[in-house]
Design a protein. Structure first.
Length: 153
């Protein structure tokens, strides 16, 4: 997709709000590798090529395996993810694919076994943040393939 609007130039003031969430999440007790896995999964759901490129590079730089990246779309059937990761992925999908208005009780119960209330709040903010970035990139386009690991750090 060709870039329609360079949001980083034309919308720098608006983007500062999202950057603030990213700075907050960088200090979260939720592991950055898990947050990047969630970012990657949500970007798969939303079809955001820029974010898929970015987070796959970040994940690989953190030591993530190709096998886990390739099978993330089928994480329920693949044996390569921990119960904590599965609960985070289920939580992220429920928040991204809003179908019934509220996250189902079983997903909340499972997530609350693996995350404290503060961590669950951070995980929720992470899902909100990546959904926002996905929608911005899908609306205005982005230079897919240009991201370098650590570029936005």
């Amino acid at each position: 997709m060709e870039q329609r609007i360079n949001i980083f130039e034309k919308g720098s003031g608006a983007m500062q709000a999202l950057y603030g969430l990213g700075q907050y999440l960088a200090k979260s007790p939720v592991e950055q590798s898990l947050l990047n896995l969630v970012y990657f999964r949500v970007s798969q759901i939303n079809g955001c090529a820029f974010c898929l490129d970015m987070h796959s590079k970040d994940l690989r730089a953190q030591g993530e395996t190709e096998q886990r990246l390739y099978l993330l779309n089928a994480w329920r059937e693949a044996p390569f993810y921990t119960e904590k990761e599965r609960s985070a992925l289920a939580w992220a999908e429920a928040l991204t694919k809003i179908t019934s208005g509220i996250v189902p009780d079983d997903i909340y119960t499972t997530a609350s076994k693996h995350f404290s209330e503060a961590e669950l709040i951070d995980l929720t903010l992470a899902v909100i943040t990546i959904n926002s970035y996905n929608r911005i990139n899908i609306a205005f386009g982005a230079a897919v393939g240009t991201y370098q690991v650590g570029q936005f750090g």
